[in-house]
Design a protein. Structure first.
Ligand code: NAG
Ligand code: NAG
Ligand code: NAG
Length: 412
């Protein structure tokens, strides 16, 4: 049998085992410093362990990536306040949605045991979200966290990235989490600036060290070991990472802005939506594609100071495709993390609450990218809502670009 190992602190230990029963064996031996930890002698990868007592009889959830073919009996071993526990059997739950890839996001779940056992040499995984008494929304540090699943390749779309992050901030987002495999040189500097300031949390995601990640979402089309650089795993990881600190989590891509159309910010939007739908923790937001090849004709936001900045200027793209109601993958989500157990990209897989689709005139996604339709205005509608923010947005974007030394200063 294979052992999975977790550390456990004094603090949460008191809830499970009386002090006098704690044995004298000391542990842990080696705690993983990585975001991806391979399990010895298997092809499986562990990502992170979280306390999660929403599922009866199982206390701990380890977000993992498992090879579909390999089945080993699994056990969890805990290091509690410096002492070892007995092992408990692990239940392994592969996520249903895997788009045909051989490696699948998997939850490994275990019960916390009562008695000690013998030491072992494996790498240990820290256990997070141990603050189980936290229930009040008021105690949460953040109102809104945006989870951006994966940054890979030499992506260097600096202007759109900075504009997008500053828009998030104007809308009331407190934290952005990004899983980074790789990116372009300029964008890397931007990431450093936002991380130093504390708005951005960059989680290293060296999935390409362990697997051959697919650049696509469907195995039959793109091949590879795992869907989109492990996007489903990072989205789930981000929900659990945010569970004890953020009221809401927005699950969207780097080039997408979840935009309220009738409220000034996300908090007043959510206050209104939750009043209407009090039992709901999952809000589906419709995607709207703004063509990046159609420019607004007056070019009034073609600003000289941004000339040397690589990337798309979202203020210049105000023509959106007519919605295609036949596309099924057209939603992204705002969720309450504590209401969700497993998620996919466009829908949640397991939840403890209701879901609602939010009408697009209340809230929709501004997604500036290549259009699926032929260029030409007839199939597009003008949407200038982003311009309502320009007076606040432009100086903030300039400020960041100055710091990365991409800003062209005409006073020099
Ligand atoms: C899984 O097993 C099947 C059937 O034995 C085999 O065809 C396939 O190549 C295996 N896939 C991987 C990723 O090992
Ligand atoms: C643990 O690892 C050390 C060196 O890494 C080795 O000497 C020792 O025998 C190992 N102990 C067990 C119980 O495997
Ligand atoms: C969360 O929203 C409330 C109500 O709008 C606001 O008072 C508070 O400052 C916000 N908290 C953070 C961390 O932004």
């Amino acid at each position: 049998p294979l052992l999975l190992l977790f550390t456990f602190s004094d603090f949460s230990m008191q809830n499970y085992i009386p002090r006098h029963e704690w044995p004298t064996v000391t542990c842990p031996f080696l705690v993983s410093q990585q975001t991806i930890t391979p399990i010895d002698d298997t092809r499986h990868l562990l990502v992170s362990g979280y306390m999660d007592q929403r599922v009866k009889g199982l206390d701990v959830r380890i977000i993992s990536i498992f090879n579909k073919n390999a089945t080993h009996p699994m056990h969890c071993l805990f290091c509690c306040a410096g002492s070892l526990s007995t092992s408990t059997p692990a239940s392994v739950f592969p996520h249903r949605e895997n788009f045909g890839f051989p490696y699948v996001t998997t939850d490994v779940m275990c019960q916390i045991p009562q008695y000690p056992t013998k030491p072992s040499n494996h790498t240990w995984l820290p256990l997070r979200n141990r603050n189980k008494h936290l229930s009040d929304q008021e105690q949460l540090k953040f109102n809104f966290t945006v989870c951006i699943s994966n940054l890979f390749g030499d992506y260097d779309n600096v202007l759109q990235f900075v504009q997008t992050l500053e828009m998030y901030r104007l809308l009331g987002v407190d934290r952005v989490v990004i899983y980074k495999t790789s990116c372009g040189r300029n964008l890397d500097r931007v990431l450093q600036i936002y991380s130093q300031e504390g708005f951005l949390e960059v989680v290293p995601w060296p999935i390409d060290k362990y697997l051959n990640p697919s650049p696509g979402w469907l195995f039959s089309r793109s091949g590879g070991d795992v869907h989109y650089f492990g996007q489903m795993t990072t989205l789930n990881e981000c929900i659990y990472r945010s569970m004890e600190r953020s009221c809401y989590v927005l699950l969207n891509d780097m080039d997408e802005i979840i935009m309220p159309y009738q409220h000034n910010n996300l908090m007043s939007l959510m206050d209104a939506l939750q009043t209407q739908h009090p039992e709901t923790g999952v809000f589906l937001i419709e995607n709207q594609i703004f063509s990046k090849t159609i420019f607004e004709p007056s070019r009034r936001f073609h600003l000289p100071q941004w000339e040397r900045v690589p990337g798309v200027n979202i203020l210049e793209h105000i023509y959106k495709e007519k919605p295609n109601r036949r596309i099924s993958h057209r939603y992204k989500m705002i969720i309450q993390p504590r209401m969700v157990e497993q998620t996919s990209v466009h829908r949640v897989i397991k939840t403890f609450s209701n879901k609602v689709k939010v009408p697009v005139d209340i809230c929709g996604i501004i997604h500036v990218r290549d259009s699926y339709q032929e260029p030409g205005y007839k199939d597009f509608r003008m949407d200038k809502h982003l311009w309502d923010f320009q007076e606040l947005l432009i100086p903030r974007v300039d400020e960041v670009l100055k710091k990365v030394e991409l800003y062209k200063d005409y006073d020099d």
